[in-house]
Design a protein around this ligand. Structure first.
Ligand code: GYE
Length: 310
């Protein structure tokens, strides 16, 4: 199996493609599923994967990328914790002619040649889908009149946090300028603990919240604990829309505590390995390789649950 594929990895010496992957962290169920997918797909593809977890810290990602450059890996892939601040290290990779593939999250850069492609979801569209599905949720709940919304944002400066907020606001500004209002919005850093803590504070300052829009399931699940601790019923007293679609999110939805989930697919491994091979072989690839996903309402949760793989 060792020498299959005919590629000549520069760093491995055994003919395998050497891929350096810098992961954001292990902040959420989505992230764990994403990590498993990358590791499994690399194994399946027969690559030599060098993997590191940055614990949600940009400086850790930068040093991981630097070490991959020093090691002379064939391709570097990473999921940038925030959008800004990458140009310097990406220029170092470029100087060593090591192609960089972004996975999951995008960067902001003045030099588009610093990365080859992005494999990941359209987060702005996820935000729009959250807005659209909230219309259905409100209708189903028979909610009349103004809607006071609390938003739990993802990691500050991260592409999914910026873009999900943006897409949601688009729907709000276009169709609900008169009836919807975001009354509180703060980051919960994509974690359960963050979601719980920030939601508890929200409930103190705004006890009359109608809706929670959480940028991921984990923060939504943390918030559910805070809502219950405050003596309210999640999914009834406060309607909840989240993003991701991990198993625990589906369980909460099947219990009636989350009203709708906008899916964001973490299983990027196979697509990433395919792209890495093409890039290594000097083939041209699309600038943005988007993942496919769907939306789910409560009545679909029970049926969908057994088939959720992560
Ligand atoms: O939604 C969240 C994770 O970047 C799409 O990061 C990813 C997000 C995902 O922590 O759960």
């Amino acid at each position: 199996k060792k020498d299959e594929g005919g590629s000549t990895g520069s760093g491995g010496g055994d003919g395998k493609i050497v891929l350096g992957f810098s992961q954001v962290g292990s902040e959420s169920g989505w992230r764990s599923a994403n990590t498993d997918s990358v590791k499994e797909a690399a194994k399946e593809a027969g690559y030599n994967l060098k993997f590191s977890d940055a614990q949600q810290k940009q400086e850790n990602q930068i040093s991981a990328i630097r070490s991959y450059i020093t090691q002379g890996v064939d391709v570097i892939a990473f999921s940038p914790v925030v959008v800004t601040g990458w140009d310097a290290v990406l220029k170092e990779a470029k100087a060593k002619k090591i192609p960089v593939v972004l996975t999951d999250r995008s960067v902001e850069t003045s030099d588009e040649s610093l990365y080859v492609t992005l494999v990941g979801s359209d987060f702005t569209d996820e935000g729009r889908r959250a807005g659209k599905i909230l219309e259905k949720v409100l209708e189903k709940a028979g909610h009349k009149g103004p809607v006071k919304i609390a938003q739990l944002e993802g990691t500050t400066g991260a592409a999914p946090a910026i873009e999900r907020a943006k897409g949601f606001k688009e729907v709000m500004d276009a169709d609900h300028a008169d009836d919807w209002k975001i009354v509180v919005s703060q980051t919960g850093d994509f974690t359960r603990a963050g979601g719980k803590q920030v939601m508890a504070a929200f409930l103190q300052s705004n006890p009359d919240i109608d809706v929670l829009f959480a940028h991921n399931d984990d923060m939504g699940i943390g918030a559910i604990q805070a809502i219950e601790a405050a003596g309210k019923k999640p999914g009834k007293d406060i309607l909840i829309v989240t993003v991701d679609g991990v198993k625990d999110g589906f369980i909460a939805m099947s219990e009636g505590k989350i009203n709708a989930i906008v899916e964001c697919n973490p299983l990027l491994g196979p697509q990433l390995m395919e792209v890495v091979k093409k890039v290594k072989n000097g083939e041209t690839v699309e600038r943005w390789i988007k993942t496919k996903e769907g939306d789910f309402m409560q009545d679909q949760a029970k049926a969908a649950l057994p088939s959720r793989k992560y």
